[in-house]
Design a protein around this ligand. Sequence first.
Ligand SMILES: Cc1cc2nc3c(=O)[nH]c(=O)nc-3n(C[C@H](O)[C@H](O)[C@H](O)COP(=O)(O)O)c2cc1C
Length: 199
Amino acid sequence: MDMTPAAWLRARPALTGSAPALHPGSVPDEPLALFLNWITTAAEAGVAEPHAATLATVDVDGVPDARTLILKDVDERGWAFAGTRSSAKGRQLAAHPAAALNFWWQPVLRAVRVRGPVREASSDESAADLAARSAAARAGVADGDWVLWRIVPSRIEFWQGATDRRHTRIVYTRHGDGWLRSWSEGEDARKGANEEESA
Ligand SMILES: Cc1cc2nc3c(=O)[nH]c(=O)nc-3n(C[C@H](O)[C@H](O)[C@H](O)COP(=O)(O)O)c2cc1C
C-alpha cells in the first residue's frame, strides 16, 4: 500500500452493484415472502453464497460480538442458524437470547437486517441439522452440543442502495399477529405517511 490506509480506503469504490427494479409500495405484506424473493434474486445475480450472513450477539458483559455463518432455514417460525452450544455464540445466546442477522448482496446493492429474540429449536431438529452435515463437519461435535436456533424477527429491514444515493429502506415491524410496514426513499422520507398494517 503506497498511500495511507484512509486514502486507500477512500479510493475503493462502494455501491457498485446494479439494483433491480423495486416498488416499495407493492412489496408483500409479509417479510418472509420478500426475503425469499430477494435471496433468490441475489443468487440469480451471481452471489455465490447468498445464505452467508453476519450474526451479532452480546456477551454477559453486554459487549457485542459478530461472526459469519450460514442460514439453515427460514419460515414463519424464524431465521434458523446452527453451531455449537460450547462456542462463544452459544454461551452468549444462553446469557442473552437475542441476536441480529445481516445479509449483504453486493451485485444487487441489497442488504437485509433481521433482529429479535432467539429460540432454541427442539433437540430433534438440532440433531437432524447435524445429521445433514458431512461426516467431516460432524466429526468432533460432542453429543448434544450442536444447536439449531431461530431468530424470531421483531424487525426486518430491506435496504436497497442507489448510485444517486436515493437509497430505499423497507421496514417490517411485528405488530400483534401481523406486520407494520413502512418505507422511505432517499431524502423523500415518507415514513408515517405510508405505514401499512397487515394481519
Ligand atoms: C462462510 C462462512 C460460513 C460459516 N458458517 C458457520 C455456521 O453455519 N455455523 C457456525 O457455527 N460457524 C460458521 N462459520 C464460522 C464462524 O464464522 C465462527 O468462526 C465460528 O462459528 C465461531 O464463532 P463464535 O466463536 O463467535 O461462536 C462460518 C464461517 C464462514 C466464513
